[in-house]
Design a protein around this ligand. Structure first.
Ligand SMILES: N[C@@H](CCC(=O)N[C@@H](CS)C(=O)NCC(=O)O)C(=O)O
Length: 245
């Protein structure tokens, strides 16, 4: 299958790039993972070249580059923005602008919780090692476990209840659903005790996660070598000292 897109993201983690990979997989669209076929230095050099170029450049990965057609060379960053771009290009919009905007609103709320998950293990600064901010991380983890994750989950559970499910739009999956899948997977990895304690209160979220896993392209991707494992360099990290029921 020819690959109409280049995805640029750090090669050794799922990270934020995974939200884009899962949506591309669901769409049945191939991509080249450029820093995996090369290495992280290629990504650094590509970003530097774009920063010096004429176009507005990505601040940080992930970003997607169109490889063919009228838009060849166009580069777009920010997960929620990339997913909205792909939705338009691959005719996955609902045909109703307000609904499409509400889906992006939900996607941006996933961006928010993903940033909070990252800040649990890096509460002082992303520029410091976890080992240098462990005490603050413990406090951040407790607040995340006790208050934040349930507040976000209540919101997503309610959104999923607006239609019949299993997806937020009903029978048709969207970028919100593939990202919710990744959020649940990541949180199960990072906070297994907490997730085991709360999941039964969120049947629609779990049903949506299960339905996404059955989307043909997603199933194929999850079974492939391209889906690398979660690890402690990524956003969803399992530090046992940060988890509790
Ligand atoms: N809001 C952006 C965040 C992008 C981002 O923070 N990327 C991380 C990797 S997951 C990065 O390399 N950040 C470098 C930095 O913030 O200096 C998105 O959703 O794409």
């Amino acid at each position: 299958m020819s690959a109409p897109y280049d995805l640029w993201y750090w090669p050794s983690i799922q990270g934020r790039g995974e939200f884009v990979r899962l949506y591309l997989a669901a769409l049945g669209v191939a991509w080249r993972d450029r820093a995996r076929t090369g290495d992280a230095q290629d990504l650094v050099e590509d970003m530097e070249a774009r920063e010096q170029g004429d176009d507005f450049a990505p601040y940080a990965p992930p970003y997607l580059v169109v490889r063919e057609g009228d838009d060849e060379g166009f580069a777009i960053a920010q997960v929620a923005h990339i997913l909205a771009f792909l939705t338009d290009r691959h005719d996955r919009g609902t045909g109703d602008l307000k609904t499409d905007l509400h889906l992006i609103q939900l996607q941006l709320t996933i961006t928010d919780i993903v940033a909070e998950v990252h800040d649990v293990h890096h509460p002082v600064s992303g520029g410091l090692y976890y080992e240098d901010q462990k005490d603050a991380a413990k406090r951040a983890a407790e607040a995340f476990r006790e208050e934040r994750v349930t507040k976000y989950f209540d919101h997503f559970e309610t959104a999923l209840g607006k239609r019949d499910g299993p997806y937020v739009l009903g029978n048709e999956w969207s970028h919100f659903d593939t990202s919710l899948f990744q959020l649940v997977e990541g949180l199960r990895y990072a906070f297994p005790q907490r997730m085991a304690a709360i999941e039964s209160a969120y049947p629609r979220i779990v049903a949506c996660r299960d339905a996404v896993a059955e989307i043909e392209g997603v199933t194929r991707y999850l079974d492939s070598d391209e889906r690398i494992a979660f690890n402690e360099d990524g956003i969803f990290r399992h530090y046992p000292e940060l988890d509790a029921a």
